[in-house]
Design a protein around this ligand. Structure first.
Ligand code: SF4
Length: 425
């Protein structure tokens, strides 16, 4: 159902509401646990939740996973006191088996028996019992409240009260959003060369690596789906640096430029530091242009990365944009991105899966970016797809990853081309 078209921005945004087909926030545990190396994620959920986590994790290989599911059954509804006892037992078991764990996240889900549990109180009680040696935090990854990337937003938002305060007047930069370690290292080297030395990443590699927040803290987002985390940091006094996201060569350049301006970096220093990674990134992306240029790409709402990725594929790879579906559209956070989109772009916020699939079938794009559940039926109909979840499992931000990102979209197009060639012969 179409219920609103906003034209107040340069790019029209249509809002749709209907049946959804998006993974829930539990999925974000897969990349969060990889980043925060001394955290354990305990899902309080049903067998469905356990299956989801196992199949999402199935694309990765673990020596020893740092997540598990405590399964609550219908019968547990009978006694919440028993549920709390069981929760304490499972958490204590995790802590005693894993002395390397510093933080346990209790992750709520949507079964009614879980909703009845007060996980915030349980987390506070368990933290007290462990005398601050282990921090226990909770957040919801429920499919009723979150789509899959919003799980990270909830996790980080609930960590914000644990961040220490600072009265320091020297501005410190906090980069917010989970980044692969290799990207964090690349960014740190570039900040260093720009003369921006006081830089923290949130989340860090350790759950105890918590940036201090004060009136002089500047925060910049590395991921576009962190609206609630940004609000929580702003409420603590941190100042947001608005910018587009470090996706593609030009997006990364604009992201560093916004930060450099805030930290009064000399334009000549900025140009010198950026010149080499920028030209490397542009040259690497250019090699993929013969496959990508003029191909028609369509985004179904899934990850909230759709707008920055569409901007990159249109502006740097020459792809033609169909609809840009996104599960939620934060007008403030997307303002810099929208300003760079081609004027013919059209954003659709929210999901009405049948109507949106109907439009994909009519348009017959060369490539559709969508969730796993939608990809298979579209492939069976002869349409090529790209799983949006890969954009979270792969390192895609920054100069050195621009060509890898473009290659994620080039691969299915090349495969389609080869299949066409084989079937013609
Ligand atoms: S949290 Fe809800 S949507 Fe997610 S796997 Fe569990 S039951 Fe399904």
């Amino acid at each position: 159902m179409n219920d609103m078209v906003s034209m107040s921005d340069r790019i029209p945004v249509t809002t749709e509401r209907g049946e959804r087909a998006v993974f829930c926030g539990l999925t974000s545990i897969i990349w969060l646990h990889r980043k925060i190396q001394d955290a354990f994620f305990l899902v309080i959920g049903s067998r469905t939740c356990a299956h989801l986590i196992q199949s999402a994790a199935g694309v990765m290989i673990f020596a020893e996973p740092r997540f598990a599911t405590a399964i609550l059954e219908e019968r547990d509804l009978a006694g919440l006191a028993d549920c709390n006892e069981e929760l304490d037992r499972v958490v204590n078991d995790v802590i005693s088996r894993r002395p390397d764990i510093k933080t346990v996240f209790l992750v709520g889900s949507c079964p009614s028996e879980v909703i009845k549990l007060d996980l915030d109180n349980a987390a506070a009680r368990l933290s007290r019992e462990h005398h601050g040696r282990i921090r226990v935090l909770s957040y919801s990854g429920s499919g009723i409240e979150t789509t899959f990337t919003q799980g990270e937003d909830r996790c980080l938002q609930n960590m914000v009260p644990s961040l220490p305060s600072t009265e320091s007047t020297a501005p410190e930069l906090v980069v917010v959003g989970t980044l692969a370690d290799v990207i964090e290292d690349q960014f740190r080297r570039l900040f260093d060369a720009l003369g921006i030395k006081a830089v923290r990443f949130f989340p860090g590699r350790s759950s105890n690596d918590l940036p201090a927040i004060g009136k002089h803290t500047r925060v910049v987002l590395a991921q576009p789906f962190l609206s609630d985390t940004l609000r929580a940091l702003s409420n603590r006094g941190a100042l947001h640096i608005p910018s587009c996201f470090p996706i593609g060569a030009e997006g990364t350049l604009a992201w560093f430029k916004a930060i450099a301006d805030e930290f009064h970096v000399e334009p000549s220093v900025f140009e010198t530091v950026m010149a080499s990674p920028l030209s490397r990134a542009r040259a690497a992306v250019e090699k993929l242009l013969p496959t990508l240029q003029d191909k028609h790409i369509w985004f179904l709402p899934d990850s909230q990365l759709e707008i920055p990725i569409a901007r990159f594929l249109a502006n740097e790879c020459g792809m033609r944009l169909g609809e840009i579906g996104t599960p939620y559209h934060d007008r403030y956070l997307m303002a810099s991105e929208q300003a760079l989109l081609p004027s013919a772009a059209h954003i659709v916020e929210g999901q009405d899966v049948d109507t949106q699939l109907e439009r994909v079938r009519q348009a017959q794009p060369d490539l559709t970016v969508c969730g796993l559940g939608i990809a298979n039926p579209l492939e069976a109909e002869g349409l090529r797809t790209k799983w949006s979840i890969e954009l979270l499992f792969s390192p895609i931000q920054g100069f050195d990853q621009a060509a890898d990102l473009a290659a994620l979209f080039a691969r299915p197009l090349r495969r389609a081309e080869k299949l066409r060639f084989t079937s013609c012969n």
